[in-house]
Design a protein around this ligand. Sequence first.
Ligand code: URA
Length: 244
Amino acid sequence: MLIRLNRYISMCGVSSRRKAEELIKAGRVKVNGKIVKDFGVKVDPEVDIVELDGIEIKLPKKRYIVLNKPVGYLTQLGKSPDGKRTIEELLRDIPERVFPVGRLDYNTEGLLILTNDGELANRIMHPRYKLPKVYLALVKGRIKPALLREMEKGINLEDGFAKPDSVKVIRYENKNTLLEIVFHEGRKHLVKRFFFSFGYPVLKLKRTAIGPIKLNKLSPGKWRNLSKRELFLLFRAVGLKYNP
Ligand code: URA
């Protein structure tokens, strides 16, 4: 893959793209040993050697992580203005700057994929690839099987029609119902708004899977690297080839 030199420098984490243009113009950047002053030049990260002030710069290692976001954390990096805890606190031991793929609400628990691979992240979120997102929802009240059939037909929400891929009762807990619901899109508060529109507020929500990636026994607040097998399956699910 060929990348413009200024973009390559910013992707290496050295500077912004604008600042990279200045570095190039100032003659501080060499490609394969020669000073290049044109930031439109393209480089192949697999082949070309790029140096800044005589020191080779490289793309950061691709990192793919799954985090079990606990309730009470915002899905964002950096500090929150109102002092709420953010997932950044849980990722301190990861040297690469990884970004969350999609969001979970402050009071939602569960699976978040984080990566610095922008192409994979875009595809996971794009509805075209129809990656199923699986949630366990505890809703207030007992939902009867006949209503489940209605729910499967979908309902109009204020931002458009919402139709789950499936919805089923796992068990009844006193006066409440624990359900598994699967959507292949990711709109804001989608699961909560969906159940609420049928008259059932969500009391607790947890995401347990995205496509082939499952949370399994990962405790809240903990993260792990995706395995080669999981990456192979995830890349394949979004039409990409995994080259470890
Ligand atoms: N749907 C919601 O309502 N909340 C989430 O965090 C994710 C899906």
